[in-house]
Every structure is written in C-alpha cells, then in structure tokens.
Design a protein around this ligand. Structure first.
Ligand code: ADP
Ligand code: MG
Length: 319
C-alpha cells in the first residue's frame, strides 16, 4: 500500500475513531459535529509537539504519538475534566508508511486508553510537528482552574518529580547504566496523566496545574492566577530516587526548574486535608504535601527550621 494523503486518512486514521454517540459526524466532513450532554461544560486545549524541540526525529513514532496524546490528556486532568475528543493537525516531511503506521498505532492505543475519540484534523507537508486539540467535559461550573487557591491552602503534588527532566539531560550520556536509562526514558515517554484524580479534585481542590515546565514555574503560574504566594518545604518535595541518586544536593533545585513530569500540583483547604487523606487512601492514591499558600505574592522555600529563602520561578520557556 502506497500512502497518499487521502488513503492515510481513510485507511489509517478513520479506524482510530470510536464512533461514540455524542459524535454526530467525525472524519470525512468539512467539520466534526458534537452534541454536548446537558449539564456539562466543554473544555478545549491545544498542545503542539515539534520535532527537535519536544522529541527527537529518530524516536519511535509510537512513543511520539503516545506523548502527544498524553500531554493533552494531562491538561484535561489538571482542569478536572473528562477527556472526550481530539483533532489532530499533522505536518509531515513525507508520507513514510512504516513511520505513519507506528504513529497511528501509538495514537490509537493512547486515545483508546482514555476512551477519547479522534474526530478530525488536518494533514500537511512540512517540518514534522504534531498538534492535538483536546476537548473534554466537566459538570457545569465544576472545571478546576488555576485561580482558586487561598492563603492557608495546602499545596500537594501527585507523584515524585524530576525523572523526565533527568532523562532529557542524560540523552547524550554514554555511561548511564541501561536499567537506569530505561526507567528514566519511560518517565519521559510514557508519563501517566492523572486522570484518576478527576473526582477527588472536583470535591476537594481549589486550584490545579500540571507540571510541564518545572515545579517552581508552574506553581508560580497557579499563584499569579490566584493572587497569592507560596512557601514550599524543601524536605517535603518528593524527588524521584534516581534524581536523588545522580544529583544529590542539586536534586531539589533541579526539580524546581525541570519539567515534563506531568504530575499535578494542586491546592486543598487545610480544613479538608484529613478528609482528603482518607479519600486518597480509599482510592489507593498517594499525594505529597509540599507547602502552603500564603497571602501576598512570590515563592519561598523553607530550607531548615526558621530558614526561608526566596525562590525565583524557573522552568522551560520557548523564547
Ligand atoms: P478539508 O480540505 O476540508 O480541510 P481535508 O481533506 O483536510 O478536508 O480532510 C478530510 C477529512 O479528514 C476531514 O474530515 C478532516 O477532519 C479529516 N482529517 C484530515 N487530516 C486528519 C488528521 N491528521 N487526523 C484526523 N483527521 C484528519
Ligand atoms: Mg484540511
């Protein structure tokens, strides 16, 4: 089979769609039609992955597709929205059949993991880049935003940090033990979007963000949106064991500015923390309290009892 733009769409992409009832029409028309269920709000988010920036061109196309889906799903998780549909804008240097088959396999498996329907897109020629627009649903007025944190709220993260950023900084490292390389690359390529937190976040959280750029940069976005400051407890920041192993006393600074983990950072009122802890346990989930929201602005970190240092938010920026 030699692929053309149209056989690619018909033979590879169409079978990815789930034909869910809320999709009135999907791939094949000039636009997709969706019926939003009554009582829900529609949430929309876009993320682009550019070759050489977000992934390397020689990576397995299966992984590239998985990651493109995952980073978009993570944005829905951060908003406490159920992901439902995506469109895919694909720019390709050529119609390479093997590459595209592996890409579509990764796309399909990732989308189906979270029951997300591919409803349309665009296919163009140019330097390799992948843009997904994801749409999700949240019960009316229950989407979680960055702007709801209040002084006194406890700041939590959903998992250990730093492994994905360490994988990036070790891409060229030749003497990395293969078993460590495997663990780190898995964290970079197959992070788990925290969809398992949707209900809990809706019930308990006041604000949330996913950690894509770095803990301090992303927490700072949340603080600015909420009009508050924050103080972190250095010892409470959960470091991935390999980050501690390789970076030792530099580990905390590294996770403050290292992104790509896609854990959630969120806030819960101190008065609800006990009840929240019980709810986490019931669901077999673990989160780590790392600090507290304060009045005012800016980030601080307690490094020892009574010793607090100012933090300059740092993380990945494109420009
Ligand atoms: P148009 O010329 O109207 O933009 P296209 O020929 O680009 O239409 O696309 C034909 C159909 O295939 C449309 O329904 C479009 O949504 C879908 N489509 C095109 N490219 C992709 C893609 N990369 N992923 C999913 N659907 C796609
Ligand atoms: Mg088009």
């Amino acid at each position: 089979m030699t692929l053309t733009e149209f056989s690619f769409i018909d033979e590879l992409l169409k079978p990815v769609s789930l034909k869910s009832p809320q999709v009135l029409f999907g791939i094949g028309d000039d636009a997709a039609g969706l019926r939003i269920p009554e009582g829900f709000d529609l949430l929309v988010s876009t993320d682009t992955l550019v070759s050489g920036v977000h992934f390397l061109p020689h990576w397995d196309p299966y992984d590239i597709a998985y990651k493109a889906v995952m980073v978009n799903v993570s944005d829905m998780a951060a908003m406490a929205a159920q992901p439902a549909w995506v469109t895919l804008a694909l720019t390709l240097p050529e119609m390479n059949q093997d590459w595209l088959q592996a890409f579509v396999k990764g796309l399909k498996e990732a989308l189906h993991t979270w029951s997300i329907d591919l409803i349309g897109g665009d296919t163009t020629k140019g330097p390799l880049s992948i843009t997904l627009t994801i749409m999700g649903l949240a019960p009316q007025n229950q989407a979680l935003r960055r702007s709801g944190a209040k002084a006194g709220d406890i700041i939590l993260v959903t998992g250990t940090l730093g492994a994905a950023a360490l994988a990036v900084s070790f891409l060229e490292k030749k003497d990395l033990p293969p078993k460590d390389k495997k663990i780190l690359m898995h964290k970079l390529l197959h992070p788990k979007p925290r969809i398992d937190y949707l209900e809990l976040l809706r019930s308990f959280a006041t604000a949330a963000i996913d950690i894509s750029d770095g803990l301090s940069a992303d927490l700072n976005h949340l603080c600015v949106a909420s009009g508050v400051g924050a103080c972190l407890d250095e010892k409470a920041i959960p470091l991935h064991p390999l980050v501690t192993h390789y970076l030792q006393e530099q580990a905390v600074d590294f996770v403050l500015s290292g992104g790509d983990d896609y854990e959630l950072c969120y806030t819960v009122p101190a008065s609800k923390l006990n009840q929240f802890g019980e709810a986490l346990k019931l669901r077999n989930l673990q989160s780590y309290p790392i600090g507290v929201i304060e009045e005012g602005s800016g980030l601080r970190m307690q490094t020892a009892p009574g010793l607090i240092k100012h933090l300059t938010p740092a993380g990945y920026t494109h420009f």
